[in-house]
Write a protein of this length. Structure first.
Ligand SMILES: [Zn+2]
Length: 306
């Protein structure tokens, strides 16, 4: 009888435990809440986000380069414009081809030279405004096709005029690849720090329009190599001959090149564009620097010197 009495005493406790535990165990699978939350989170994986790539690329910069300083130049003025502009333009895509606002119906001569020959590009609608921003013959440059058919991807893909994409592809194929061989490896991914972006020069609102606003420029910090290394063009500790060769080749191909020592805004990346100036004037301002704190010793004075 004692045993029965104990059973009756224990039963309510067991029952309560069973109820509570059973209810908890059901919660994760039966509750509708966690699932929608999860699916709403990974916006970046949503292919419908494509049009806002330039703005996403800016937002993702610090993640891509944890060592890099917190995005100093990115936080000010210019980032409002590109998102809506590209979003609107891309929404026009599914419309029938009769009046696709500004979208070239035929590939341009440049696109015919570039597409699937030296680069993977996707034609984009023309960019127009706000203000003086805008460009025609715009493409999304996703990768450069090497002569051996291997690819150097742009990360993230860059939005630029086709002629700028062509110049960049030729530079990678004909110059950069040979130069990274000095480091014992091949280029795999070119770091796109900024491409199309409607902003004033150096992000100063009201300043003369930047070539970025004309889709005629790209900022690059360096290149990821096949051996896993990241070769930063502005890393003072990186082989000086390599950096000098990169500087020379970029300055030969692009009409404006800004790097460390140019204006204080390009200490950690290289700006290159195809701005046209009167008389074909070119600007190449990039000091290849020695490691910080290391002052080069003066050369020994030759005996026969006066
Ligand atoms: Zn730039």
């Amino acid at each position: 009888m004692r045993a029965v009495g104990r059973l009756f005493a224990v039963f309510p406790v067991v029952a309560v435990l069973w109820l509570v535990h059973g209810a908890q165990a059901q919660t994760p699978s039966a509750s509708p809440f966690p699932a929608p939350l999860k699916s709403a989170e990974p916006k970046s994986a949503d292919p419908a986000q494509k049009p806002s790539k330039p703005s996403r690329s800016r937002a993702s910069r610090p993640k891509a380069e944890p060592g890099a300083p917190v995005p100093q130049p990115d936080t000010d003025t210019g980032r409002i414009a590109p998102v809506p502009m590209e979003a609107f333009a891309a929404e026009a895509d599914p419309q029938p081809a009769n009046e696709t606002a500004g979208k070239p119906e035929e590939p341009s001569a440049c696109q015919l030279r570039v597409a699937d020959k030296i680069a993977v590009i996707e034609p984009l609608p023309s960019l127009a405004g706000p203000g003086d921003c805008g460009a025609t013959d715009v493409v999304r440059l996703e990768a450069i096709i090497q002569p051996d058919k291997s690819r150097v991807t742009l990360s993230p893909p860059a939005t630029m005029r086709c002629t700028m994409a062509e110049a960049l592809a030729n530079w990678v194929r004909e110059d950069l690849t040979g130069t990274t061989a000095q480091l014992g490896s091949a280029p795999r991914t070119l770091d796109n720090y900024a491409s199309y972006d409607c902003r004033g020069r150096n992000r100063v609102a009201g300043a003369r329009i930047s070539q970025h606003g004309l889709a005629n420029a790209i900022d690059v910090r360096g290149v990821h190599l096949a051996n896993g290394r990241f070769a930063s063009f502005t890393d003072r500790k990186l082989d000086r001959e390599f950096r000098e060769a990169v500087r020379k080749s970029i300055c030969e191909r692009f009409t404006t090149v800004l790097g460390p020592g140019s204006d204080g805004h390009h200490e950690d990346h290289i700006h290159m564009d195809l701005a046209e100036r009167r008389g074909g004037y070119r600007l190449c301002q990039w000091n290849v620097l020695d490691p910080a704190g290391e002052v080069p010793l003066p050369r020994p004075r030759p005996k026969e010197a006066p």
